[in-house]
Design a protein around this ligand. Structure first.
Ligand SMILES: *Cc1c(COP(=O)(O)O)cnc(C)c1O
Length: 342
């Protein structure tokens, strides 16, 4: 089946981003591959990262673990949401390890699989998932592979960073585990005090810039491209698209592209978005439709039906323009994209 929409993915950039993060952290470097590898395609991302040397992968749910399929040899997988009341059978059938997040989950895992290794999340100040530090007594005797915590504000210079680090060190002193892990992408940029035995980047692997320290070090991985469905002219005075928000002040050449908000190219790109072809820049005009956008293609006289246009998708630039986060820009890319690794 031909796909009129594709996401070009740069294998070398993904591997190089992982290597930079691993070298910066100076410790073992895993990879968050939840949300289908942040939209890049989960199992393909795992294969590229495993070849680069990554061994520790993280997803959110057991269904995500299943959908990754068989892992490369030597790789391990952790399920961040742990073992809820409806997860026991799936967890027992999987080779992935649960990340136990609560007193209830610890009790449930002890009853279901007392001898199988697990991970534990301790909440050091985010108040999202994890045991409170005063609850860690329930972990006595548990076979913990990695004890982890997660930073709430690592992408900012915020007092909570040092506070969470101190709390995590206190927990580490009283809970024994094979490994300890605190940092996400932004946490790696905070310095090696945050590295411990394993870091867990997601965003920066896929080209997101979590903090200024990563600028110039992290390369773009995902490049959306859409095919021209139709080339047309809007005459001076005519409007383009829903709501007639764009009115042509001169005869305007338009390329109508096969991409829209149903693909994750959201309406907030109106007034900001665009694409390019052969060095010519084509600004978005009018609103984003569900499956279509219109670009002013006056700068590309040769562009015609069936040609491919690369959408502007530099993550920090697009995030600043649209108000979406770099995470949303990646994970929103839908399943109508053909994912093409090069
Ligand atoms: C998603 C996630 C990560 C990766 O975070 P990034 O900010 O994308 O680097 C690491 N650890 C946990 C617990 C997560 O949920």
């Amino acid at each position: 089946m031909h796909h009129p929409l594709r996401l070009r993915l740069d294998r070398a950039a993904l591997a190089a981003n992982w290597r930079w993060l691993a070298a910066t952290a100076g410790t073992a470097c895993g990879a968050a591959v939840k949300a289908d590898g942040y939209g890049t395609g989960g199992s393909a991302a795992v294969a590229v990262l495993a070849e680069a040397g990554c061994r520790d992968f993280l997803v959110s749910t057991w269904d995500e673990a299943r959908r990754l399929g068989p892992l490369p040899t030597g790789a391990s997988l952790s399920v961040l949401h742990g073992v809820g009341p409806d997860d026991v059978a799936d967890a027992l059938a999987s080779s992935a390890r649960p990340v136990l997040n609560s007193v209830e989950q610890v009790a449930r895992w002890r009853a279901a699989a007392p001898d199988r290794p697990c991970e534990v999340m301790v909440d050091s100040g985010m108040n999202r998932l994890g045991l409170r530090p005063e609850e860690v007594g329930v972990l006595d005797g548990l076979a913990i592979d990695t004890l982890m915590s997660h930073l709430a504000c690592a992408d900012q210079d915020h007092a909570l960073n040092a506070g969470q680090l101190a709390r995590f060190r206190e927990v580490k002193a009283v809970v024994s585990a094979k490994r300890y892990s605190l940092a996400n992408s932004a946490g790696i940029c905070l310095g090696r005090d945050y590295s411990f035995d394993l870091v867990r980047p997601g965003l920066a692997l896929y080209g997101g810039i979590p903090r200024a320290e990563a600028e110039g070090k992290i390369a773009q991985v995902a490049y959306p491209e859409a095919q021209v469905v139709q080339r047309r002219i809007a005459n001076a005075g005519e409007s383009v698209g829903y709501g007639a928000t764009f009115v042509a002040t001169r005869d305007t050449e338009l390329a109508i592209l096969n991409i829209g908000y149903a693909d994750g190219y959201l309406r907030c790109f109106a007034g900001h978005g665009g694409g390019s072809v052969g060095g010519a820049r084509l600004p978005l005009v009018g609103r984003v439709s569900m499956d279509l956008v219109a670009l002013d293609c006056g700068a590309a006289p040769g562009l015609r039906e069936g040609d491919w246009v690369a959408l502007d998708y530099d993550l920090p630039v697009a995030a600043a323009a649209t108000g979406l986060s770099q995470y949303e820009l990646l994970t929103g890319l839908g399943d109508r994209f053909e994912r093409v690794w090069g």
